[in-house]
Design a protein. Sequence first.
Length: 274
Amino acid sequence: MRGAWRSRNLLAGGAITALMVLIALVSLVWTPYGPTQIDIVHRLATPSAAHPLGTDLFGRDELSMLMAGAQSSLSVALIAVIVGAGIGVPIGAFAAARGGVPDDLVMRACDLAFAFPALLTAVMITALAGPGAINAMLAIGIFNIPVFARITRGAARGVWGREFILAARAAGRHDTAITVLHVLPNIAAVLLVQATIQFALAIVADAGLSYVGLGTQPPQPSWGRMLNDAQTFIWRAPLLAVFPGLAITFAVLGLNLLGDGLQDLLDPRVRRAR
């Protein structure tokens, strides 16, 4: 693991991601003000000692809302990735193990899913199911399923042809046991890197859904809805849009750097090239 300390991407991405997670956890027990506390007298206040990031159109403290918004965005993204991986990985592993017609059916289903833009699909699902954080989690998670299925299938197919798999088959082990004991552990690094990428995309998707009113609903703060609220006052109080925009940017940047760093660390081909 000494290579981890030499990977700038891994260190920077890990630090940014850890900071975002820490902010989200802290917001569970403390924020400078109540995230939904309204103070009309001090609406659209500029940054000051009392309100370091200013206030919004209802006088709510921007810093408190950003902290609570981190909790909301990270929660939605985490559940969406868990849903996608929890269903997509077994499907991809099954397709790789069985091959033939089951493999073709799974891949054609993935191709069909990829024919529709991710965010548009999520908007359609949440529009039909109704707005809300839970439906946003499910909508984003549903799109993650074919992503994890395809990644798992491709990586697993490369493992199934290796000698230790042939030895396990010769020993009489069932395909399910081989998948669980030998295939999945050997592709775990690939799935971990993909999970960080999907986590970043889920944060963007959640922000987009909240921006159009289909994600996290009031009074729970969310970065996407903060951007939506700020657009009316973009010329009078431009910082209202800057801070949530930066929060989304840094969260996605941190996860992408973390994914790149993990790939450099865990991919043996990268290690050999170095």
